[in-house]
Write a protein that binds this ligand. Structure first.
Ligand SMILES: Cc1ncc(C[n+]2csc(CCOP(=O)(O)OP(=O)(O)O)c2C)c(N)n1
Length: 567
């Protein structure tokens, strides 16, 4: 059968169950858009208002589903606009296929109009990429693209296609199964039984163990296993930022998040543990604090799908390269029913004495209090997508996640502007769930143009701007580490309510506690997107905090000056 390059690409999307893609057209990919015209019954194309939003939305879609997210951009500025989103997906191991148009083959290398070395630009931030010089290659390349993106340690890939290759007609029968020499990720990869026995022995010898749960729990879907393992071994569970919502936070063994803004008792527990069982996490510096002083008394069992992670940042006593699900199952079989109640009690005592998540009683609207209200008003059932900065950390700390895979954030890259477009992708992946975008006034202004998108498609995303009229995290760092020399931390903001209205959306503002509760309730009742301008205290800081370069043991809880202000 004769098919054009563009048709082969779209057939591939359909074959992979992709029903929604996020993109922006341009000259080099117009033939792909022309083909899309005929696929509208099978593929829903969401026209974002900036390509960065397409990459973020594809990322959100992928994280919230078990599928690959797809974004489309044209050559030159289109592809360079994708870069931040793709870099974020790469850092956070999110499966995304970026389809990019390229100048026609005869113009390659001539500095043609809108020519960029797109595969060169994307090379370090994709798991793999291809410049497809012949439409005959497309069936193989598309299969490989989906396969590589969504297997092993997942990640973004890019397929760069010259304009005339989209148009080229070739004989096409079917998509060949991927066959990539040297790339054989074994899905459901079983752990080495000897290593599992070794790990079990180490666990049996430990008195103060901690489970550190990371992003890998979500990717492996190892929720039941994590729960059963923690309960059988009676081991406290502490998560990384990406591990949030992998273990029910109301569970007796849950002690929340570790790291730069982790709970002080969680940080102390990791600091003083004699064993860390690290599951699908990568010892990022935001987790470990000063590496030399990280968990110095602990032996380390590290399970990860990516062999490159074992021993990368910390020395490992038992390193297991495998899928978490079968590995945790094997560990459950191998260990005895254990009792670590003195250790659990000790951490509970720290929590009682140092309640990191307690919120001060104040007249003024504290941002963390607002997050808690969102939790209550949604009955804890919202899917939360956060941006980057203070609001991100408060959302991770003060919304309690009992439901699986309900917290999404730009963790590794920490890209402001992520949350709003990503929440659009999340909503397409989970149409029946309430999606809340929690974002700072700074971050919202990076990608707010997609208000047009949520209006156009009536995408029911609640946008909660935690508005402190500042780049809050910058102000916090300038206060703490630059003697309060505030440089470019204050924001002159637009009227977000009028802005919402200009886009044809409801906008609600609240600057008192009672109004916050009122507008959150109103937002819940509106069957569609809403912009909430939640005006909060301008100077509140995120605590606890491990100052950059300090160790987890040096976590600070708050400062007396702050406490005195509210006394
Ligand atoms: C694209 C990008 N630029 C700059 C930064 C550095 N940065 C981290 S947090 C932050 C302030 C965020 O301010 P806002 O979005 O208002 O959120 P807040 O911290 O006030 O909650 C900045 C500038 C970043 N993370 N991403």
């Amino acid at each position: 059968m004769k098919r054009t390059g563009a048709e082969i690409i779209l057939d591939s999307l359909v074959a992979h169950g992709v029903h929604t893609v996020f993109g922006y057209p341009g000259g080099a990919c117009l033939p792909l858009y022309d083909a899309l015209y005929h696929y509208q019954d099978r593929i829903n194309h969401i026209l974002v208002r900036h390509e960065q939003g397409a990459a973020f939305a594809a990322d959100g879609y992928a994280r919230a589903s078990a599928d690959v997210g797809v974004c489309i951009a044209t050559s030159g500025p289109g592809v360079t606009n994708l870069v931040t989103g793709i870099a974020g997906a790469h850092m956070d191991s999110v499966p995304v296929v970026a389809l990019t148009g390229q100048v026609p083959r005869n113009l390659l290398g001539t500095d043609g109009f809108q020519e960029t070395d797109a595969t060169g630009v994307m090379l370090p931030i994709t798991k793999h990429n291809w410049l497809v010089m012949n439409a005959e290659e497309l069936p193989r390349v598309m299969e490989e693209a989906f396969h590589i993106a969504n297997t092993g340690r997942k990640g973004p890939v890019q397929v760069d296609v010259p304009k005339d290759v989209f148009l080229e007609e070739v004989e096409f029968d079917n998509f060949p199964p991927p066959n990539i020499p040297g790339y054989n990720p074994d899905e459901g990869m079983q752990p080495d039984p000897t290593l599992v026995r070794e790990a079990a022995e180490v666990i049996h010898g430990s008195e103060k163990p901690i489970i550190l749960a990371g992003h890998g729990i979500h990717y492996s879907g190892a929720y039941e296993e994590l729960l059963a393992f923690a309960e059988k071994a009676n081991i406290p569970v502490i998560t990384t930022l990406h591990g949030v919502s992998s273990f029910p936070e109301s569970h007796d063994l849950s002690f929340g998040m570790v790291g730069m803004h982790g709970n002080i008792y969680a940080n102390w527990a990791v600091d003083r543990a004699d064993l860390l069982i690290s599951l699908g996490m990568r010892f990022d510096d935001r987790v470990t604090g000063r590496l030399e002083d990280f968990a110095t008394e602990a032996r380390i069992i590290h399970v990860d799908i990516d062999p490159a992670e074992i021993g990368k940042n910390v020395n490992t006593d038992v390193g297991i390269v495998a899928d978490l699900k079968p590995t945790i199952r094997a560990l459950i079989d191998e260990i005895d029913q254990l009792d670590h109640s003195p250790w659990v009690k000790q951490i509970c005592q720290w929590r009682e004495d140092h309640p990191s998540l307690a919120i001060r009683e104040t007249e003024i609207v504290l941002p963390q209090w607002v997050i808690r209200q969102i939790y209550h008003i949604t009955n804890g059932e919202a899917v939360v997508v956060t941006d980057v900065g203070q609001a991100q950390m408060w959302a991770a700390q003060h919304f309690w996640y009992d439901r699986r895979n309900t917290f999404f954030s730009s963790g590794g890259l920490g890209a402001m502007g992520y949350a709003f477009p990503a929440s659009i992708g999340v909503k397409y992946a989970r149409p029946n769930e309430q999606v809340w975008c929690i974002i700072g006034d700074g971050g919202f202004q990076m990608t707010l143009q997609d208000l047009a998108v949520v209006k156009e498609h009536n995408i029911d995303v609640k946008i909660a701007i935690i508005n402190n009229n500042h780049l809050g995290m910058i102000r916090q760092w300038q206060t703490l580490f630059y003697d309060s020399r505030f440089m470019s931390a204050k924001l002159e903001n637009p009227d977000f309510v009028k802005l919402a209205e200009a886009y044809g959306l409801p906008g609600l503002r609240a600057s008192t506690k009672s109004d916050v509760v009122k507008v959150l309730k109103e937002a819940e009742e509106i069957p569609g997107p809403v912009v909430l301008d939640l005006v909060v205290d301008e100077v509140e800081k995120v605590y606890p905090m491990v100052p950059a370069g300090s160790s987890l043991a040096e976590t600070i809880e708050g400062d007396e000056v702050e406490e005195a202000r509210y006394a």
